[in-house]
Design a protein around this ligand. Structure first.
Ligand SMILES: Cc1ncc(COP(=O)(O)O)c(C=O)c1O
Length: 339
C-alpha cells in the first residue's frame, strides 16, 4: 500500500500522518513534500505521483531515494540526459481515460524501452494509471479504464498500480500489486453516495471550536454580513469561533448542520472569516464556552461537503495553519512505528 499523504496528509499534518500510518510506501504530489518526509526521518519508499517538474529535481530525487512517475515523453527525455549518482525507480503513468496526466497507452512500450535503456532508472520499472470515476459505482468508465490499462501493460514486466480509495472499496479487479489509498485513510468516504460509516470508516479529524457569544435577537433582525438571514421570531443566536480563515467553507449555506453540545444546530447567515452564527432555538441549555463540532466524530464531513456543494477532500485539505491540532492517539493493538 502506498498511502497518499499529499496536501499535508489531506490536511491532517504530513509528519504526524507518516509517523502514524503503517504503510509500505508514501505517495506525494511534489518533491517539496517528499523532502519534508525525508527530513522527518521517513525511510520508506516515497513516490512522486507527478514525477519531476524540471530536470534539476532529478539529482535530489536520486540523493533522497525518491521514486518518480514518468507521465510525459518530456520526462523520459530528462532521464535520458541526466547524470545521476544513483539510479531511480520509475513508474510509467499511463492515461487510460482520465485525460489529465499520462502516456498514451500505445506509446507506453516504446517509452518503457527508453527508460529501461537509460542508465538512471532501476530495472524494476512500475506501471500505473489513475481512475477518473471510480467513485461512481454504476459508471462503466472504470471497467473501460481497467481494460485499457491491461492492454497497455500486456507483456511488460513490472509491478502494477491502479486503485485509489474508491477503486479499493468498490472495484476489487483494480487492486493489482500496489493500491494507493488517500481519502479513506482519513476516514472519509470516496463515494458520491455514501458516508464514511457506510464504508466502515471512522473520521480521523474532528474539527471543533466553542461558543463565544449568545445573544437574544428580535424577530425581523438580520444576521451577519449582507443580512442574508432574518430572525423569524425572537430567538437566541450563538456565535462560534470558526470561519473561512480556519478552513470552514464560506459558501456553507444557512441550514448547514453543526453540533452544539453534541446536538445538531443549523448555521444561519453568512460564514465570516473568524465566526459563524447559529440558530439556538432548540438549545436553551447552550452556554458560552460550550463545544461546537464542525465535522468529524458525530457529524460526517460528507454532510458538510454536500451542504456546501463541495467534497470532503477540499474541507479536510482546507484547514488552515492557525487551527491547532490536538492529537489523541487511539490505542491500536499491534501497531508498529510507521516510518
Ligand atoms: C495518482 C493518485 N493516486 C491515488 C490518489 C488517492 O486518491 P483518493 O484520495 O481518492 O484515495 C490520488 C489522489 O488524488 C492520486 O492523484
Amino acid at each position: 500500500m502506498a498511502a497518499a499523504v499529499k496536501a499535508d496528509g489531506y490536511g491532517h499534518g504530513l509528519q504526524w500522518v507518516a509517523r502514524t500510518l503503517k504503510a509500505d510506501a508514501f505517495a506525494v504530489a511534489c518533491i517539496e513534500e517528499a523532502l519534508i518526509l525525508r527530513a522527518a526521518g521517513v525511510t520508506r519508499p516515497i513516490l512522486l505521483l507527478e514525477g519531476v517538474f524540471e530536470a534539476a529535481e532529478l539529482p535530489l530525487c536520486a540523493d533522497h531515494g525518491l521514486e518518480i512517475a514518468v507521465h510525459h515523453p518530456e520526462q523520459a527525455r530528462m532521464l535520458e540526459t541526466a547524470r545521476l549518482e544513483r539510479p531511480l525507480r520509475v513508474w510509467l503513468k499511463m492515461d487510460t481515460g482520465m485525460h489529465r496526466l499520462g502516456l498514451e497507452p500505445e506509446a507506453t512500450p516504446a517509452i518503457f524501452r527508453r527508460v529501461r535503456d537509460s542508465v538512471v532508472a532501476t530495472p524494476n520499472i512500475g506501471l500505473m494509471s489513475h481512475l477518473a470515476r471510480a467513485d461512481e459505482r454504476d459508471c462503466d468508465d472504470t471497467l473501460r479504464q481497467l481494460r485499457v490499462f491491461e492492454n497497455a501493460i500486456n507483456g511488460l514486466p513490472g509491478e502494477r498500480s491502479l486503485a485509489n480509495s474508491a477503486g479499493i472499496l468498490g472495484w476489487p479487479q483494480t487492486h493489482f500489486d500496489w493500491v494507493r489509498p488517500g481519502i479513506m485513510l482519513y476516514g472519509a468516504s470516496p463515494f458520491v453516495d455514501s458516508l464514511a460509516a457506510d464504508e466502515g470508516l471512522r473520521p480521523v479529524m474532528t474539527f471543533h471550536t466553542r461558543l463565544i457569544s449568545i445573544k437574544r435577537l428580535q424577530r425581523g433582525e438580520p444576521i451577519g454580513y449582507g443580512g442574508t438571514w432574518i430572525c423569524p421570531e425572537d430567538m437566541d443566536v450563538g456565535v462560534a469561533a470558526v470561519g473561512y480563515g480556519d478552513g470552514y467553507p464560506r459558501h456553507a449555506p444557512s441550514g448547514t448542520p453543526v453540533l452544539v453540545n453534541g446536538r445538531e444546530t443549523p448555521l444561519v447567515g453568512r460564514v465570516s472569516m473568524d465566526m459563524i452564527t447559529l440558530d439556538l432555538r432548540q438549545h436553551p441549555e447552550a452556554r458560552i464556552g460550550d463545544p461546537v463540532v464542525l465535522w468529524g466524530e458525530g457529524l460526517p464531513v460528507e454532510r458538510i461537503a454536500q451542504a456546501a456543494g463541495t467534497i470532503s477532500y477540499t474541507l479536510l485539505c482546507g484547514i488552515t495553519a492557525r487551527v491547532k491540532a490536538e492529537i489523541t492517539q487511539i490505542p491500536h493493538p499491534g501497531r508498529e512505528e510507521g516510518l
